[in-house]
Design a protein. Structure first.
Lengths: 446, 446
């Protein structure tokens, strides 16, 4: 007999999992649409040449490749590959529909991606990404709008303690130059700085020196970053330190964006953090990342990347995007009990039980009446001479009320309504049964 | 430069496509949950042995297989395969979680599946399936509930002219026996009968004779079916014909289900159709299919299949299910203009435009105010000295109103609001701008 587990690194999503994800996704969609972003979905697989060579050597090895079919199958060639992220498909869409898409293309996309990573706690081979991107302009208004939208999403989800760390790739470059670090060492240096909150100032110093960065430059670098991050309300000081180090003009992209975003929902959340690096090769301007206290890692991040979306067109197309860590958000919200009770309510509001086979169609008629009153109704499918099994089943599905169709009550035009928490029973007329049940369901703290 | 089309047989879903699908899916989910069904999702790929051998030779060849990774890649072996339908994953889930699932497991599942079919008009290699199944009981109440749920879904979607063709595999067997057709020829005969509405009575006769069915039996068969289908309101006659041919007892499963389903939402839709066959190998009891006038093929179908869901457990588990043709429903609804106007409304209700760079943050502040009033707001990201480009852009995104932030009006605490259909302009105070815009948006027949 074949094994029945899902494939390694993948998950079955049972009802409660899906309800939690749908709750988050609905809010994300509502907010993003209120910001004028539109949904896009692309196929699970792409022609293999669309994906290969786009994610570096390491990425290439993590791509799931699909065998050619039919007579070619024996050769072991692959012609298709599963989506590895949502950015390359977006770039393909921008190229394919360039004449149909609006001048500024603002899309969000919430779909699974697949990576043949070694599975680990919280790391899966199939997981959802939730991206929002604005294509076609270098205007910082889109950075500000993205920051506002993401803040609105997290606010609506109930996060009250998040910080948006803000930096700019151009500011970082100016900083490294000011420390006397030559351009060829910038990438290495940024990898080190990125670990500041993990390995501390001394750790960064050792790492940079081991990578051959000049000791004086390293001292200037760690000395400067020792003053950061400042608190959110010390923005002016943070910008002043930056200006003192690299000059007003070089700090301007960051101070401009800060001023712009300050009057949006993101305002109170913004933290100027020159040590934020975010895998730099990709980004060309503003970079941002969301931090929550007590949580290593982030709830999402993004920035401006002006040289990537045009990859299939052979020319640069400006773009700015943000990726919410959907799976992470769900984990944190679950741990913190942030989901409203209705998200984990049971499978139905009421279970209809009939006591004899000849009452089946009466039970179905009652179920239809109750559903017409907006109740979610399950029908225990088999005649129950005793209530033991239906009660157990109702418990397993977390159904709070039972409506029992028995011969005598039915003849009298009544239904027995049983509150499964209090075990109280009443026998209202059928015409008011839905109302009685609704009263109980609203009272039950599900 | 790589091609930028989606892989053969797959589609990119642009915003309007997604809005239409989401509209249908939301109604399906709402109705199915009102019937006590719960959502399930399974991974895109399964271990290859989970899928191989489950779909016959033809199916096996249509399965997309995924190459082993790393050092095994060169060998061309496959260890994973893309989901081919939603039934085998359901059977796996039933086996895997048998101790956690409720006694009767009622789930719906709406996810894409992948088949390496030759693409054709309306046939894709990636397409959505929308299944609902009740596992664990042989009670006909679940057939009746499925029929009711599906009828509710189609009613809520606006279908007013659909018919549910109803038959039973046991009735079919009794019929074929009554014609004198031996059991080994039943499968062939049913393939022929299934084509009745396509090739007519003479066509079926020729086909059956060519398959070696005895001429007298064929004559009995085509003679009987010539009397069908009767109209929906001639159910009693249909059942009487059946009873006359095979006896009351053999016709009982069908007459029982009809009586039971008659008092549900499905009642007025039901058509007794003994010629309905639906690829019989799979089904063991009731079978059903939805027909719409002017549409070849169906909007969905299903039935009881008591020997399949237990495939991974090595024992029979009763089950009854229905698969809505989601993609088909969307096509028909689009052709018939059945989607409400709001489904295809533009990307935003209003586009904020600012006339000079120094008004950027005022524009963002206005956008935030309008969004707080539930409006969907796009911001034209760049300062517009002339309105030509913003107007063109608003047109391409079907945005009906423009809110223009100019220096003078802003100083007076006003905003210019322009109705892009009538070209009328007004300059309300900012505090009432949202209300003015809402008035225009509600009036515009989007």
């Amino acid at each position: 007999m074949a094994g029945t587990q899902p494939a390694r690194g993948t998950r079955d999503f049972l009802p409660d999992d899906i309800r939690r994800r749908e709750y988050v996704v609905r809010i994300v969609r509502e907010v993003y649409e209120r910001y004028g972003f539109e949904p896009l979905e692309t196929p699970a697989f792409e022609n293999i040449e669309t994906l290969l060579g786009k994610y570096g050597d390491e990425g290439n090895q993590l791509i799931f490749k699909i065998l050619r079919r039919g007579e070619h199958e024996g050769k072991g060639d692959a012609d298709l590959a599963l989506r590895y992220d949502l950015t390359v498909p977006l770039a393909r869409v921008v190229a394919q529909y360039q004449n149909e898409l609006p001048r500024f293309f603002k899309r969000y996309q919430i779909q699974p991606v697949w990576r043949a990573d070694r599975p680990a706690r919280g790391r899966f081979r199939e997981f959802y990404q939730c991206d929002i991107d604005a294509i076609g302009t270098t205007s910082a208004t889109v950075e500000a709008e993205l920051l506002a939208a993401v803040s609105d999403v997290l606010g609506r989800l109930g996060f009250e303690d998040f910080t948006i760390r803000l930096n700019d790739r151009r500011v970082l470059t100016a900083l490294l130059e000011s420390f006397g670090i030559p351009a060829p060492q910038h990438a290495d240096t940024l990898v080190g700085i990125d670990k500041l909150d993990k390995i501390g100032s001394d750790g960064v110093r050792r790492e940079l020196e081991s990578r051959g960065v000049d000791a004086t430059a390293v001292a200037a670098c760690t000395g400067f970053f020792a003053g950061f991050p400042l608190r959110r309300d010390a923005r002016a000081d943070a910008l002043a330190s930056l200006s003192a180090q690299i000059g007003d003009a070089a700090a301007q992209p960051l101070s401009d964006l800060l001023a712009l975003a300050d009057r949006t929902a993101a305002g109170p959340r913004l933290l100027v953090d020159p040590s934020l690096a975010r895998g730099l090769s990709y980004y060309t301007g503003a970079i941002m990342e969301i931090a929550v206290p007590d949580l290593a890692g982030s709830l999402g991040g993004g920035g401006r990347y002006d040289n990537l979306i045009g990859m299939f067109l052979g020319r640069d197309i400006p773009a700015c995007g943000f990726s919410l860590g959907l799976e992470r958000i769900i984990v944190v919200m679950t741990e913190r009990h942030m989901f409203p009770a209705r998200v984990s309510r049971g499978a139905a509001d009421v279970m209809v039980v009939f006591l004899a086979d000849q009452l089946r169609s009466e039970a179905l008629a009652l179920a239809a009446e109750l559903r017409a009153q907006q109740l979610r109704v399950d029908v225990y499918p088999e005649a129950a001479r005793k209530l033991e099994k239906p009660l157990k089943y109702a418990g397993s599905r977390q159904v709070p009320v039972m409506a029992i169709v028995g011969e005598d009550e039915w003849a009298r035009g009544e239904v027995t309504v049983r509150d499964l928490q209090t075990r109280e029973q009443q026998s209202p007329a059928r015409s008011v049964a839905a109302m009685r049940i609704a009263e109980i369901v609203r009272l039950v703290p599900t």
